[in-house]
Design a protein around this ligand. Structure first.
Ligand SMILES: [Fe+2]
Ligand SMILES: [Fe+2]
Length: 257
């Protein structure tokens, strides 16, 4: 898999931060039924996107020393800044519709505990990939669950950012994975899958009302998550040599000689 340098990612984040995609002159326009469907999830994700990221920064710094990549923490810092922008935008929206920004949520508390004890870059990376994959479905559902143009613009902006976040993290997971021996690769591959799918179920449970309001049923959600898992941590991604060998074997079998 092609991976980019930390300098590339730093430049990407700096350039992306200069693009403003939300027109704050728009007034929110939310129906009562829409408010009822989205509010709890909107408040929970606003809180989730607001983290200071100090534990992630600590893990990134330790990791960068181990792999001798001095610019990696700078890229992670800019990545965290982009997540905080999402939290700020969702918070601004809550202020405009005169709803409170919450301070506590059970899902957020679990993730904060995990984050607190986690100093391992690999665990961070798979955790972030999982949450961001769910975020892509979540923000699309949020966008579809309302006719408010301001909300739609906020979601579109986040969706554009999240697509790059997943690539950023997917590349890191691949780099970490490729340095393992065969046994550890086998264990890690299954651990990623298990963590990703279990966390997906927790996210569904917490936000099913919003997903359904955005026309995402459980089977649609779970199929999308499995598809995303395959794209970020599937066999063809993590074991590209194996895929190459399979293609060569297939071509050999097809050959008349
Ligand atoms: Fe985000
Ligand atoms: Fe993100």
């Amino acid at each position: 898999m092609k991976t980019h340098s930390s300098t590339y990612w730093k430049n990407y984040f700096i350039q992306n931060a200069s693009i403003k995609r939300v027109d704050w002159k728009l007034k929110p326009n939310l129906q009562e039924s829409e408010r009822n469907n989205i509010l709890k999830s909107l408040q929970a994700w606003q809180l989730g996107e607001t983290s200071e990221g100090e534990h992630l920064m600590r893990a990134a710094k330790q990791y960068s020393i181990a792999v001798n990549d001095a610019e990696y923490p700078d890229a992670v810092k800019l990545f965290i800044k982009e997540e905080q922008k999402h939290g700020n935008n969702l918070g601004k929206y809550l202020d405009l519709i005169e709803e409170p920004r919450i301070k506590k949520d059970w899902g957020d508390s679990i993730f904060r505990k995990i984050r607190y004890y986690n100093t391992n870059m690999e665990l961070w990376t798979i955790a972030v990939i999982t949450v961001e994959s769910a975020a892509q479905i979540f923000y699309q559902a949020l966008k579809d669950a309302t006719n408010c143009n301001l909300m739609k613009q906020i979601c579109t902006d986040i969706l554009i950012d999240e697509a790059a976040h997943i690539t950023f993290q997917k590349e890191r997971l691949y780099i970490i994975f490729s340095q393992k021996n065969a046994v550890l690769k086998f264990l890690a591959y299954h651990a990623y899958t298990c963590f990703f799918l279990c966390t997906s179920l927790v996210v569904w449970h917490a936000h099913k009302k919003l997903f359904k309001a955005g026309n995402v049923s459980f089977s649609r959600y779970f199929n999308k998550m499995k598809f995303k898992l395959n794209k970020v941590a599937g066999k063809s991604i993590l074991y590209p040599q194996k895929k190459q060998q399979e293609i060569q074997l297939l071509e050999l079998n097809r050959s008349p000689f």
